[in-house]
Design a protein around this ligand. Structure first.
Ligand SMILES: CC(=O)SCCNC(=O)CCNC(=O)[C@H](O)C(C)(C)COP(=O)(O)OP(=O)(O)OC[C@H]1O[C@@H](n2cnc3c(N)ncnc32)[C@H](O)[C@@H]1OP(=O)(O)O
Ligand SMILES: CC(C)C(=O)C(=O)O
Length: 519
C-alpha cells in the first residue's frame, strides 16, 4: 500500500478567489475541521501577503494539531522569514517557496533571466532549510515551461534541500495524458527525483484539474494539492473530495494507493466552508452537491430500491452525506435535534445546542415542519454569527410599498456607536431598504450580487437572502434568513458589511474586537 499525501490549500489558493476571503477566526474554524478530516498538510496562508494572513497562519500554527502547517512564500528572503516566523508555534511546519519557470512568466512578470530564476530558486530553498527540514518548492507554470530548463530547476532545488517538488498546472492548460507524461518525464530525467515527493497542483480552467491530478498520481505523484469544493483562483483547484473519493472508489484502476482522509468528514467540511463563505456548491456538484445521491426518476428509484448499487457507486454515508430522515417539528426535543444536526454533519457544543434549540422552538411555532435548510440557517445565525459588538447594526426599519406607492424605506442604524437615520426610495421594497442603509452608512458599498430564495416550498417558508458586496475594494458575502423577505435582506446586507469591515481592519479575534471596541 502506498500513501498519497493530501495537501489542502483551501485557506491559501482557495481564499485567493474573489468573494472567498475569510477572517482569521473563520480560517481557524475551517483549519480545525480540516485537521479532523485528516489532511496531511494544511497550507494556512501566505504569511507575507498581509498582516491578517500572517496572523491567521500564526493562529493556525498555534491551535491546530495533526497536519503539517504550511505557509507559501515567494522566492524572497523576506517572505521566507515571515513564513518561518508565523509558523514557529507549529508542531510540524513546512515552508512552501515558489518561482515561475515558464518563458512568459520569467520575461513579462518576473523580468528575470532563466539563469537568475535558477539561482533564486536555489537560494530560496537553502534559505528556507535554515528554518525547517520540510521545504516544498514549486515551479510555477510548470506545464508551460521549457522541459530541459524545468528539469534543471528541479534538480537544483533538490540539491539545495527541497523535500517536496510541486508541479503546478498554474493556468489549467494541461490535459490528462500530457500531464501524466510530464510527471513520467520528470521522473525519468531529473537526478535524485526518487529522494523527494512529487506533488501536483492543478487548476480547473478547462475543467480538468481532478482528471490531471489523478493521472499524475497514476504516474507517480504522491502528493495532491487540492481544496474543499474545488475553490481557488479563477475556475478553482482540484476538488479534494473528488480526488480522494476517486482514489478510494476506483482502487481497481489506481492500485494499492490510499489517503489518510476520514471520508465521513467530507460533507461536514464542505458545508462548513459553504456557511463560512456564503457560497454554496451547485446541486449537481460531485460528492457534496445536494443532488449527488438523489434519485428523481422512476426507473432509477426502482433500481435503487431493489439494490442501491444499481445507480450509486458509493455509499452516501461514506462521505458523511445525511441520509435518514428525522422529521422535526414543534414536538421534537433536544435529542432529536442533536441527532438531526449530527446527520447533517454539524457538531455543536451543549451551549450552542441550547441556543439553537430555543430558536428552533420559536420557528417550529411558526412553521409546520422544520427542514434541513431551516436548521442550517439557524446554525449559521446562532453559531457562526459575528461577535455581538459588530460595527453596524440596524435598530429599526420601516418600509412602505403597494401597487400605487413608490417603495420607500426609512432605517435607523448604529455605526461605530453612532445612531444614523436615512430614507430612500427604490424599485421595490428590498431595493429601497438596502439603499436607505447604504445612505445611512455613507460608505462606498457596492452590491455585486443578490439572490433570495424560499428555503422550503411553502408560503410560510423562511427566505434566505445571499449578497455579495464590495466595500472599498474588499469583497465579502452575507446571508440573512427570516420568514420576512425584507428582514432577510436587511440582515444579509448588514452581515456582509460587517464581514467586510472586519476583514478590512484585520480584526483577528473576538477578544481584539472587544479590546478595540469598534473597527
Ligand atoms: C500562482 C499563485 O497562486 S502564486 C500566489 C498568488 N497569491 C497572491 O499573490 C496573494 C498574496 N499576494 C500579495 O498580497 C501581494 O502580491 C504581495 C504582498 C505578495 C506582494 O505585493 P507587492 O510587493 O505590492 O507586489 P505585486 O503583487 O504588485 O507584484 C508582485 C511582485 O513579486 C514578484 N514575484 C512574483 N512571484 C515571485 C516569486 N515567486 N519570487 C520572487 N518574486 C516574485 C513580482 O515580480 C513582483 O515584483 P516587483 O514588485 O519587483 O515588480
Ligand atoms: C504557488 C503555486 C503552487 C500555485 O498556486 C500555482 O502555481 O497555481
Amino acid at each position: 500500500m502506498e500513501k498519497v499525501y493530501i495537501f489542502d490549500t483551501t485557506l491559501r489558493d482557495g481564499e485567493q478567489a474573489p468573494g472567498f476571503s475569510m477572517t482569521s477566526e473563520e480560517k481557524l474554524q475551517m483549519a480545525l475541521q480540516l485537521a479532523r478530516l485528516g489532511v496531511d498538510v494544511l497550507e494556512a496562508g501566505f504569511a507575507a501577503a498581509s498582516k491578517g494572513d500572517y496572523e491567521a497562519v500564526k493562529l493556525i500554527a498555534q491551535e491546530v494539531k495533526g497536519p503539517v502547517i504550511c505557509s507559501l512564500a515567494r522566492a524572497l528572503e523576506k517572505d521566507i522569514d515571515l513564513a518561518a516566523e508565523a509558523l514557529a508555534p507549529a508542531e510540524r511546519k513546512r515552508i512552501h517557496t515558489f518561482i515561475a519557470t515558464s518563458e512568459i512568466h520569467m520575461r513579462y512578470k518576473l523580468r528575470m533571466s532563466p539563469q537568475d530564476v535558477l539561482e533564486r530558486a536555489k537560494r530560496a530553498v537553502s534559505y528556507a532549510r535554515r528554518y525547517t527540514d520540510d521545504v516544498e518548492f514549486s515551479c510555477e507554470d510548470a506545464t508551460r515551461s521549457q522541459r530541459e530548463f524545468l528539469y534543471r530547476v528541479i534538480e537544483e532545488a533538490i540539491k539545495a534541500g527541497a523535500t517536496v517538488i510541486n508541479i503546478p498546472d498554474t493556468v489549467g492548460y494541461s490535459v490528462p495524458e500530457e500531464f501524466a507524461q510530464l510527471i513520467e518525464d520528470i521522473r525519468n530525467n531529473v537526478p535524485n527525483i526518487d529522494k523527494v515527493i512529487i506533488s501536483v497542483h492543478c487548476h480547473d480552467d478547462l475543467g480538468l484539474a481532478v482528471a490531471n491530478s489523478l493521472m499524475a498520481v497514476k504516474h507517480g505523484a504522491r502528493q495532491v494539492e487540492c481544496t474543499i469544493n474545488g475553490i481557488g483562483e479563477r475556475a478553482g483547484n482540484a476538488a479534494l473530495e473528488e480526488v480522494v473519493m476517486a482514489l478510494k472508489v476506483r482502487k481497481d484502476f489506481f492500485g494499492d494507493l490510499y489517503t489518510s482522509i476520514n471520508t465521513k468528514e467530507i460533507y461536514k467540511t464542505s458545508r462548513l466552508l459553504c456557511r463560512i463563505t456564503g457560497s454554496f456548491v451547485q446541486p449537481n456538484k460531485a460528492i457534496v452537491g445536494d443532488n449527488a445521491f438523489s434519485h428523481e426518476s422512476g426507473i432509477h428509484q426502482h433500481g435503487v430500491l431493489s439494490n442501491p448499487l444499481t445507480y450509486e457507486i458509493m455509499n452516501p454515508e461514506d462521505v458523511g452525506f445525511p441520509s435518514s430522515r428525522i422529521i422535526l417539528g414543534k414536538h421534537s426535543g433536544r435529542h432529536a435535534l442533536k441527532k438531526k444536526l449530527q446527520q447533517m454533519g454539524i457538531e455543536v457544543s451543549e451551549a450552542e445546542l441550547e441556543r439553537i434549540f430555543e430558536k428552533f422552538k420559536e420557528l417550529a411555532d411558526k412553521k409546520k415542519e422544520i427542514y434541513d435548510e431551516d436548521l442550517e440557517a439557524l446554525v449559521y445565525e446562532e453559531v457562526m454569527k459575528l461577535p455581538d459588538d459588530q460595527p453596524v447594526s440596524v435598530l429599526h426599519y420601516q418600509v412602505q410599498t403597494g401597487d400605487k406607492l413608490l417603495p420607500t424605506a426609512t432605517v435607523v442604524i448604529r455605526y461605530m456607536g453612532q445612531e444614523r437615520t436615512a430614507t430612500a426610495t427604490g424599485n421595490g421594497p428590498v431595493d429601497a431598504v438596502i439603499k436607505a442603509i447604504q445612505k445611512a452608512l455613507d460608505l462606498d458599498t457596492k452590491l455585486l450580487d443578490f439572490s433570495i430564495k424560499a428555503l422550503t416550498p411553502n408560503t410560510d417558508a423562511q427566505a434566505e437572502a445571499r449578497l455579495v458586496i464590495e466595500l472599498d475594494g474588499v469583497r465579502s458575502s452575507g446571508r440573512g434568513v427570516d420568514v420576512d423577505i425584507i428582514k432577510a435582506s436587511v440582515v444579509g446586507f448588514v452581515d456582509a458589511v460587517n464581514r467586510a469591515l472586519l476583514r478590512k481592519s484585520y480584526i483577528l479575534s473576538k477578544d481584539r474586537i472587544r479590546e478595540e471596541g469598534t473597527v
